[in-house]
Design a protein around this ligand. Sequence first.
Ligand SMILES: [Fe+2]
Length: 482
Amino acid sequence: MKSQPIKETPKALLPLSIMYVEDEGVILRSINTMMERKIQDVYTAPDGEIGLKIFKKHKPQIVVTDIKMPVMNGLEMIEKIKEIEPSTKFIVVSAYGEINYFLKAIELGVHGFILKPVNVSKLMNLIRELGNGILLQKEIERKEEERKRSDEALREQKAYFEHLFESSPEAVVISSNDGKILQINRSFSEMFGYTEEEAIWKVLDKLISTDELLKEATEYTKQVAGGKDIRIETKRKTKSGKLLAVSVLGTPIIIEGKQAAVYGIYRDITDRKQAEDELKASYERLQKLIQDTVNVLANVVELRDPYTAGHQHNVAQLGIAIAEKMKFPSDMIEGIRIGGTMHDIGKIKVPIRILNKSEMLTDKEWEQIKYHPTVGYELLKDLDFPWQVAKMVLQHHERFDGSGYPNGLKNDEILMEARILAVADVVEAMANDRPYRQSLGIEIALEEIEDNKGILYDPGVVENAVGILKNGVFVFSKKHTT
Ligand SMILES: [Fe+2]
């Protein structure tokens, strides 16, 4: 591989601008050539007047000038330049014997003198010295400017955050790691009733917690001071002793990796809590109204049919117990309560004579009895329950193998709630007296569902029903009135 020739890099030029004013062309040219090799911007002028014009245009930092020149001498030019830019540095070059001019130059405050004939290296040393001073000054000014700018940016940022802090609609407090208040905003004062003077240096939790909540509040503050964020809903008290429901957001303030303080934001949620409580109360009232209405409907049918009074209630209770054992959700269980309590509501249309008949029913009478799930369904189907109550009622005499009525549904064509009610209905009916027979007893009832497990009845439902009935977890609470 061919080696590359090493290029000579030119020495860096001094980052300065300089003007050399000299009426002797030979000197002017030779010194100019020398300066251009070492200094970034060099301007030359043959007399003071042209020198002044060039200065006005380029503002060189250093002016090197002869004194005796035609048109305008060097000292006149210096005077005028100083008026334009007082920080300009001057080096005067003159012949020996012009002592008076030197004195005048000293008066004008020039920075260096060079005698003619010019010793170039001496001149360069002087330029370098002045140049270093200028560059140093420039660096100082630059740094000062930078500092001012960053101070300004910091001030702006601080003002911005102070404004945010102060004008936040939420109550904000900054406290020390041991819980003493360092700063509060206007909303904090408004929410809790303390002025800044009253609050500063007080222990925050003692100031706004009730005695009962102090321990809990102190524990939370400790957690935040330990670097943890917290978000809670609790109560705090105002200066006048009024209790407020508040949400609290506590967050640690970390400065340069160190836990410096605790930042707390409080939001008054009293109105929201009150609205929530009212909504809850109204929901509970509504729930109770539904339950009461359902009980009334159940009572209507039971009033006509005293033999089965209490039957629907018991079926609902056993249905609930089975569903709980099967770990069904509470909402579904609530549906079973409603459906169970009304499952025989369709009997309202069965003549009392048939309901109370102790002899064998005729086929026609039996047909009328079998119509009751459909009547119940028709009565309930337009009620906008959050559960499928009408269908539960319609399907409670369906059987797992399709042998039930009214529609001969099978397996999972039958609602799970209806499969549960079917088992509860059979057990309840067999375990208690009926108009046409005495109670058969719980043992016989269990035998019936176990023998027909997976045939007439859902096997899972049977297993769970047997489970709670055999070990006495469930007992019927309502006695039939017969
Ligand atoms: Fe029934």
